[in-house]
Design a protein around this ligand. Structure first.
Ligand SMILES: [Zn+2]
Length: 269
């Protein structure tokens, strides 16, 4: 591919302007802003606007869903810290696989790469929405490894019907946008099947890892079990799981898995 410097400049101006607005709205913190420039820049430049639109949609929908009823989530003790502003680890966990595939596509255009990209973005949005909307579920979530067992809201590996619906709809939105922009020469059915299946399975894989190997802690202040090293502004106590597998690591593994599912489904249909 040839790189047009003027074109690259315009894209970065857009990313910077959009990033500054996101910083002001506390969707990302400054480290998240830098990581977003890297991920967004790679996808915009090497994938083009049709690829970029999908990750941008994930970014906006994920940001809004984190802010949605934030106060209610905070009072339940399950909200993201720092008013929901995402740091670089979260941006890379959700976006690095997508950015990698976009860069490879810049050198060898191949619709298999796009299928992997669609799977990665669908898994990222499905997983974020399953959590952020699922936290608001009026019913208590159930453990993914034992559906008859109810678990407290915010428990890693907990699933709710509301979260699952939000997850599938959001993945479907990514498939729909793929079709509308004709990012690939696919019919609506193909785009929707790839996005919904990889979104659903990616998010389910995330819950499975969350219920099994993810590190779990307990808050010294409020006594809540949590996946976070900080709770109620204090360090938490280690309970179980692999200490190096935190929420971002689980996210990265789930997005990678969703990307693989996207490629697999593309070959199967
Ligand atoms: Zn606490």
């Amino acid at each position: 591919m040839t790189i047009n410097l003027f074109n690259v400049g315009i894209k970065f101006l857009f990313l910077i302007a959009f990033g500054i607005v996101s910083l002001k709205l506390q969707i990302i913190d400054f480290t998240g802003f830098l990581a977003s420039l890297l991920v967004g820049g790679a996808i915009f430049i090497f994938g083009g606007w049709k690829w970029f639109l999908l990750i941008l949609t994930f970014y906006i929908v994920a940001g809004l869903s984190t802010k949605y009823k934030y106060e209610e989530k905070r009072q339940k003790g399950v909200a993201e810290e720092k008013k929901g502003a995402r740091a670089w680890q979260n941006v890379l966990a959700n976006g690095s696989v997508a950015a990698f595939l976009a860069v490879v596509n810049g050198f060898m255009i191949n619709n298999v790469l796009f299928a992997g990209y669609l799977g990665a973005v669908s898994a990222a949005i499905a997983d974020t929405l399953a959590t952020e909307i699922g936290l608001l579920s009026p019913q208590q979530p159930r453990s993914i490894i034992n559906l008859s067992k109810k678990v407290p809201s915010g428990t890693s590996g907990g699933v709710s019907l509301l979260g699952e619906i939000a997850s599938i709809l959001s993945a479907g939105l990514i498939g729909l946008l793929t079709y509308i922009t004709a990012a690939q020469n696919w019919n609506l059915q193909t785009a929707l099947i790839i996005s919904v299946v990889s979104g659903f399975l990616g998010s389910t894989f995330d819950s499975l890892l969350g219920a099994t190997i993810q590190a779990r802690y307990k808050c010294k202040v409020c006594g809540k079990k949590t996946e976070k090293k900080l709770h109620c502004e204090k360090h938490t106590i280690y309970l179980k799981g692999c200490s190096w597998i935190d929420n971002n690591m689980v996210n990265l593994l789930a997005v990678t898995f969703g990307s693989g599912i996207g490629i697999l489904v593309f070959h199967l249909i």
